[in-house]
Ligand binder design. Sequence first.
Ligand code: URA
Ligand code: SF4
Length: 218
Amino acid sequence: MPRSLVSERSALDFFPAKISYSSLAAAARTCKGCDIYMNATQTVFGEGDRRDGVMFVGEQPGDEEDIKGHPFVGPAGRLLDKALIDAGIDRSKTYMTNAVKHFKWTPRGKRRLHERPKSGEIAACRPWLEAELEVIRPHVLVFLGATAAQSMLGAGFRVTQMRGKWLECKLADRVIATVHPSSILRAPDARAREEQYRAFVADLAKVAAVVQGGVRLA
Ligand code: URA
Ligand code: SF4
């Protein structure tokens, strides 16, 4: 059969009849739109403040997120928390989610090592993120890292070139991409880490300026 006639499996097969944040979050718990769910503990759907208009999108839950069921509560989340404080953003007034909702990992001794989702898996999971954007309609949208940015902006998007710049994009009033906090944790030494951290906070400070400027008043 020609490939175009084979219907691709995706998150859409698990969508609720009536779309709302709660119905989506509930339906995502049973998603089998790609194979990642098979080795994961649970779906980690987006959560947080849905009214203040700021949405952060990461890659996928990590080991701790998979166990606890919440986004950005592990090491990368703790670094993000600190950077948000340093940039002047109140995390409790943001919505946090990921491009992929299950933890993809590979065993390394006793550890579960994060494994990058494939483009087909990112595509299979994309309907959840698209639906979150539709029901939340953020004013400011922040992509953390290449996987998140490429999921919505296309595979050609280069975070290294475009980070920290407001992007021309219809997904929200203000759209920006920056690095993923876990890339800072992987920096080769303390000095590089410090430098990368500062650059990350500088990108987030641009978001803070818009948030503090009162995007809701526009
Ligand atoms: N990394 C992510 O991209 N998202 C999380 O929720 C945790 C770590
Ligand atoms: Fe569904 Fe996404 Fe999980 Fe795949 S990763 S099973 S598409 S929620």
